[in-house]
Each structure stands twice: as C-alpha cells, then as structure tokens.
Ligand binder design. Structure first.
Ligand SMILES: [Zn+2]
Length: 305
C-alpha cells in the first residue's frame, strides 16, 4: 500500500488571534505525532500548489470566488461569516489547501500512490457553492470530487464525512448527483443546523445524539452505510476526516476515542477489499483538542497501512 501525506506551511499565515479554535497548532500537532511514531517516514510526502481556477469553478460559483478575492483584507482581519475569519494570508492558505488535495487526487489517479491524507487548513466541508461558513472558504473535498468526476471520468465516488458537524457545504455542491454517494455522520442537533431529513437522493445521513459512544457509532455505520457502499462499489472514496467527535473535543458532545478512528479507517479500507487498488483520499476537517486530534489522526492514517 503506497500512502501519501500532503501538507504545507502557508497555513501558518492563517492565524486568527484570540485563540480561535481553528489555529495552526492543529497541523503542527499532527505532524509531530506522525514524526514521533515514525509513521511520517513511511509515507511519500507530496508537494503542494495553488488550486487551479478551473478546478475551483467546478465546485464554486465564479461570483463567489471573485467576492472572496475582493474581500480579502490587505491588513487586519474581516469576518466572512460570524465565526469565519479572513486575514491577509487566509486566501493563500485556502488556495494551497485545495491545491494539496488536488495533488493527492492526481497522484492517486496516476497510480503513484493508493491512498493519501491531506493535513490542510482552513477546513472545507461547510463551504457552499457561494458561501463561506464554519471556518471554511473553499470546499476541498467537493473540489477534488468534481475533478475526479469531470476530468478523470469516475462514475462512482463515495464521500464519507465523519466530522461531528454535518458537511452541509459538500451536500450543497454534490447533492442529487448519482455519481456521488455521500455518507455523513454528525451530532444532532448541532451546528450547522441544516434541514437534512430525506431531501436528497444520494445522501445517507446518520445523526447521532449527544453522548453517542464510538461503539454505538460503529453499529450505526455498519447498519446504515455498509450495504449501500458495497452496492455502490466506489472507484474512489474521498473522506472529510474531522476528528471533533472525540470525547475530549471542546466543540461537540460525542464520546468517541482515538481507536474509533482506526476502526473507521479499517472499515473504509475493507469496503472495496476485492479491489487491490482501493483508492482513498482523506482530507482534514475539524478536530480542536490538540492531543485528541493528533492521536486520532495518527490512528486513522496508521489503519491505512
Ligand atoms: Zn467539525
């Protein structure tokens, strides 16, 4: 199994003051854990680039991208929405985050690697076609999914989102397109409080009540996702890998542990196990307790080997 790891340092310039929870230490903590365990040296370290405009415009409206460029501050900070702060370096960081994910996709599709983890920020799964929200500007997962569909011609792309918050932006971009099967677990009720019940043909929503344990999550995932994913036979699985359902995370109230992310990684690996080329592109979303984030991400990536 060839595993790629994609990250970059430009995100350091997207650093909101006053201890905003989505801060640069998140990726630094993940890198540290991977280096300490030796796992980093087992991975092929991928390069990063700015996302191409044509890739962006498959997922986002051109007017929205122009608006982001126009509102990007020359100094100081502005609010793109009440909790989505934009600083001088934010747009560069967002463009490179999406570019990292596209590089991971391209390397998977060229056969250079089978699986990739992209440790990027700002996160993406709340970013809609024309709206920044929930710390997100560009929807990294949806941008890669649309390129996989339209440039690589894939017809069955699974999107797995186990962040504790529903990926409403990804749903806004990919809903009702039969080339995508979206499986999404999330705390309910919780941010983004979207109207999600049975309104889209290609989405399996798995709402989880406050306090849901990792064991109960595993049961729900096996019951609600497994058969559908086996039938769908994804040619590629793209993961919105958020780690904020961990019991120590300050942003939600679920009770998962780091080992539950190893279970999720193994679950995704097994779905297509008859396909030795089982392609998985995983992208960091949330996770705000540094220790829990680093341990959970490590266990998730390690389960891919
Ligand atoms: Zn989240």
């Amino acid at each position: 199994m060839k595993l790629g790891y994609y990250s970059y340092t430009t995100h350091l310039d997207h650093d909101v003051e006053d201890m905003h929870p989505e801060h640069p230490m998140r990726i630094i903590a993940i890198n540290h854990a991977l280096e300490q365990s030796g796992l980093m040296s087992d991975m092929l370290l991928g390069g990063c680039a700015y996302v191409a405009q044509k890739d962006l415009l498959r997922a986002h409206k051109e007017g929205y991208i122009k608006q982001l460029i126009a509102m990007s501050p020359a100094n100081g900070m502005i609010l793109a929405d009440p909790d989505t702060h934009m600083m001088v370096g934010t747009l560069d960081a967002a463009y490179q985050a999406a570019g990292c994910v596209i590089n991971g996709l391209d390397d998977i599709m060229s056969g250079k690697i089978n699986r990739a983890f992209c440790a990027v920020r700002p996160p993406g799964h709340h970013a809609q076609k024309s709206k920044a929200m929930g710390f997100c500007f560009l929807n990294n997962v949806a941008i890669a999914a649309k390129k996989a569909q339209l440039e690589y011609g894939l017809e069955r792309i699974a999107i797995i989102d186990f962040d504790v918050h529903q990926g409403n932006g990804t749903i806004d971009i990919l809903a009702d397109d039969p080339n995508f099967l979206i499986c999404s677990s999330f705390q309910h009720p919780s941010f983004p409080f979207s109207h999600w019940q049975n309104i889209h043909s290609n989405i399996i929503n798995t709402p989880l009540g406050v306090g849901t344990s990792g064991i109960d999550m595993r049961r729900a995932v096996e019951k609600q996702w497994l058969e559908q994913l086996q039938k769908f036979k994804p040619q590629l699985t793209i993961v919105s890998a958020g780690f904020d359902a961990h019991k120590d995370d300050p942003m939600a109230e679920l009770n998962w542990q780091a080992a539950d992310y190893a279970w999720l990684g193994a679950f995704l690996s097994d779905i297509n196990k008859e396909n030795s080329d089982n392609k998985i592109l995983a992208v960091l979303e949330g996770g705000y307790n540094l220790e829990a984030l680093a341990a959970s991400t490590h266990q998730f990536i390690d389960s891919f080997r």
